[in-house]
Design a protein around this ligand. Structure first.
Ligand code: GLU
Length: 292
């Protein structure tokens, strides 16, 4: 049997908040409940969006919550060679092309899917994005919380970007290369990424990589229904007295922690959560985050 390997993969665009805590705690409990490893990966590919100091603040926040990761932290900003090697493999297979269509050119088109305009540019061009030639066909996978999913990426999205025209490797490429390289067997993350998963599976298939299991978590929403995020000023997780937040996160994930855990330190709350981890209890609907 293969060992379970989970991961938490924050982008250092700001500190962790209650929404990111759900992904951290669920990925942690899932991996640990299976006796597996849990890795932390900084998805620091998009430097203009990053907040100076956020990566180290995130690690302090995780420590303050009692999380213990295995091995060294991986930083995607140091993985350019691996992403380039994946692009070379895809190029050798005839799976990529160079595209200079601007966002405004594409926005004018009737269908949201990329129309294939630059598909014939199969050799290097300067000042161009690199796109994956997406084959026709329905991708199917079963999500632990959201159930069976079906998507024909060639219809819904079309040929998607692997490397941006202004330089950075795209999230889709980096996440697929690193999940495989780190031997990740289960991806547990927010439901805002559910509709990225079919694209990631297409890419895994083109690169000959295994597909991990997927669990997407319900999103925390403000009273008006908008997603809790850095953009909507979700408050940062504090660096002390974190046990009540862990308990609240477990309640939001329908784990029903006993009230007498309230006075315990974070490590004891996590130990309870691992021992009683029941992913099948998690309901897919959005979770209203009440103030306080
Ligand atoms: N870095 C992404 C985020 O912070 C998560 C990516 C993933 O878990 O696949 O939203």
């Amino acid at each position: 049997m293969t060992e379970t390997v989970g991961r938490f993969a924050p982008s250092p665009t700001g500190p962790l908040h209650a929404g990111s805590l759900l992904a951290a705690i669920a990925s942690y409990c899932s991996a640990r409940a299976a006796g597996g490893r849990w890795l932390v990966r900084m998805e620091d590919l998009d430097s203009p969006r990053e907040m100076p100091g956020a990566a180290s603040l995130i690690l302090h926040q995780l420590e303050a919550c009692g999380f213990e990761w295995d091995g060294d932290i991986r930083y995607q900003s140091r993985r350019q060679d691996a992403y380039e090697a994946a692009l070379e493999q895809l190029h050798g297979q005839g799976d990529i092309f160079w595209c200079r269509c601007s966002r405004t050119d594409l926005a004018r088109l009737p269908s949201p899917a990329y129309p294939g305009t630059c598909r014939h540019f199969t050799a290097y061009r300067t000042d161009a994005a690199i796109r994956l030639r997406v084959p026709h066909g329905v991708i199917q996978f079963r999500d632990t919380v959201f159930g069976m999913q079906h998507e024909d990426v060639s219809q819904s999205i079309g040929d998607f970007i692997l490397k941006r025209r202004d330089g950075p490797y795209a999230y889709q490429l980096a996440v697929v290369v690193d999940d495989a390289d780190q031997g990740i067997t289960e991806v547990v993350r927010g439901a805002d990424l559910l509709d990225n998963t079919a694209r990631q599976i297409v890419l895994q298939q083109r690169l000959g990589l295994a597909t991990p299991g997927y669990t997407h978590l319900p999103l925390l929403v403000h009273a008006d229904g908008s997603k809790l995020s850095k953009q909507t000023f979700a408050p940062a997780l504090p660096l002390e007295d974190t046990a009540p937040l862990l308990l609240r996160a477990l309640q939001q994930l329908d784990q029903e922690p006993p009230p007498d855990l309230a006075g315990e330190p974070p490590a004891a709350v996590l130990a309870w959560a691992i021992e009683h981890w029941r992913p099948e209890r998690i309901a897919p609907g959005p979770i209203p985050q009440l103030p306080g």
